[in-house]
Design a protein around this ligand. Structure first.
Ligand SMILES: Cc1cc2nc3c(=O)[nH]c(=O)nc-3n(C[C@H](O)[C@H](O)[C@H](O)COP(=O)(O)OP(=O)(O)OC[C@H]3O[C@@H](n4cnc5c(N)ncnc54)[C@H](O)[C@@H]3O)c2cc1C
Length: 331
């Protein structure tokens, strides 16, 4: 197998490079170490110059500009990506097609992944959590049934299209040679049947819990809304923020942006402290990949202890103030 380069489809969000793109670049850098190839960032949009420096983890950045790419719409994106992967690599930019094209398992990634795979007659793996190079093949671990099962997939065709779940890879912001080539769309673009009209963002003003290193999560074991102050103070001395199980959100004690789990956010902080949370599957789904999980629950048989690295069978209302005090005293 000659293909060595790993391409990454860069996602843009509110005119910035979206966090998933840095995760994809991190994954691509690791793969490129094994294949001996380069990391190629493919960025589609308009007025992209200012965004290129953010992609310093790539070896090459191909920025394709066209008014029809100014905001994401599936058809123009598909037309450009198909053309680049089929032709441009061989003609101008690089001598060979990429070994893999990584994209986010996100709304944008999933909107185009299967159609692009069909047009390129390329293999596609979605919901990927990790990828390894194994000789001529790529070994991919992917998540099934909302994370209840993991499957090993092996792919040998190139390019392989792989959609990676957010939170699966370490972000990378530098490490490449970041050689930039800017081009107009290689083909005249057609708008397609689906036209972008407007991006509707969630309410502004709250913290993005998916981007935090330290999360203190509160559940029904906190008993009363007023007790959340105890957890808030602990979060503050730890340098983290509060998040919660669904019942806390349903009662209006915290905004919905703080909910972790199946119908909330999937988080992967370095440290997740679960206070009075039972560990229902719908909650676990959103936090099980956290770096270090510490759970406090009066019930020693609570399911949360099955995913926690450390646990304390204790009353949160007694333990939390003591913990806060002890951390404060350490200075
Ligand atoms: C379709 C669907 C989607 C869902 N989505 C989500 C979701 O996104 N996120 C989510 O969290 N849930 C979700 N749920 C709800 C989920 O099933 C659970 O009901 C919920 O996670 C339970 O929250 P909890 O752990 O805070 O409460 P409980 O399950 O009531 O647990 C409270 C825990 O606190 C402990 N406790 C009590 N007092 C104390 C004390 N003083 N000190 C220490 N521990 C104490 C108890 O032993 C108990 O284990 C969903 C459910 C469905 C059906």
């Amino acid at each position: 197998m000659s293909a060595r380069n790993i391409a990454v489809l860069i996602e843009l969000n509110k005119g910035e490079v979206a966090p998933i793109s840095f995760e994809l670049l991190g994954c691509a850098r690791e793969l490129a170490k094994s294949t001996g190839g380069e990391v190629i960032a493919l960025m589609l949009g308009k007025n992209l110059d200012a965004l290129c420096p953010a992609l310093a983890a790539a070896d090459r950045i191909l920025a394709v500009e066209d008014p029809l790419l100014a905001t994401f719409s599936p058809e123009p994106y598909l037309q450009v990506l198909e053309n680049i992967v089929r032709n441009l690599y061989r003609r101008n930019f690089l001598q060979e097609p990429p070994r893999a094209l990584l994209m986010g398992c996100t709304t944008i990634g999933l909107d185009i992944a299967s159609l692009l795979a069909m047009r390129l007659d390329a293999p596609l793996i979605t919901c990927a959590k990790s990828i390894q190079v194994d000789g001529d093949r790529l070994k991919v671990v992917c998540s099934l049934y909302n994370g209840k099962m993991l499957a090993d997939a092996v792919v040998s065709g190139a390019p392989a299209l792989i959609a990676i779940l957010p939170g699966s890879c370490r972000e990378q912001h530098k490490g490449g040679t970041a050689w930039i080539e800017k081009i107009a769309s290689p083909i005249p673009l057609q708008p397609g049947a689906i036209a972008f009209e407007e991006m509707i963002w969630p309410e502004a003003g709250d913290i993005d819990i998916t981007q935090q290193d330290i999360l203190v999560a509160v559940g029904r074991g906190m008993k009363e809304e007023a007790n959340l102050e105890l957890a808030e103070e602990l979060a503050s001395v730890l340098g983290g923020v509060l998040c919660a199980s669904r019942p806390i959100i349903d009662q209006g004690w915290l905004p919905s942006t703080r909910q972790v789990g199946k119908s909330g956010m999937t988080v992967k902080p370095k440290f997740y402290l679960a206070l009075g949370i039972s560990g229902a599957p719908e909650h676990i789904e959103g936090m099980k990949d956290s770096g270090l999980i510490l759970a406090v629950n009066t019930d020693p048989n609570a399911p949360i202890f099955e995913v926690a690295h450390y646990g304390a069978a204790a009353d949160v209302l007694e333990l939390v103030p003591q913990l806060t005090e002890a951390i404060k005293n350490r200075g």
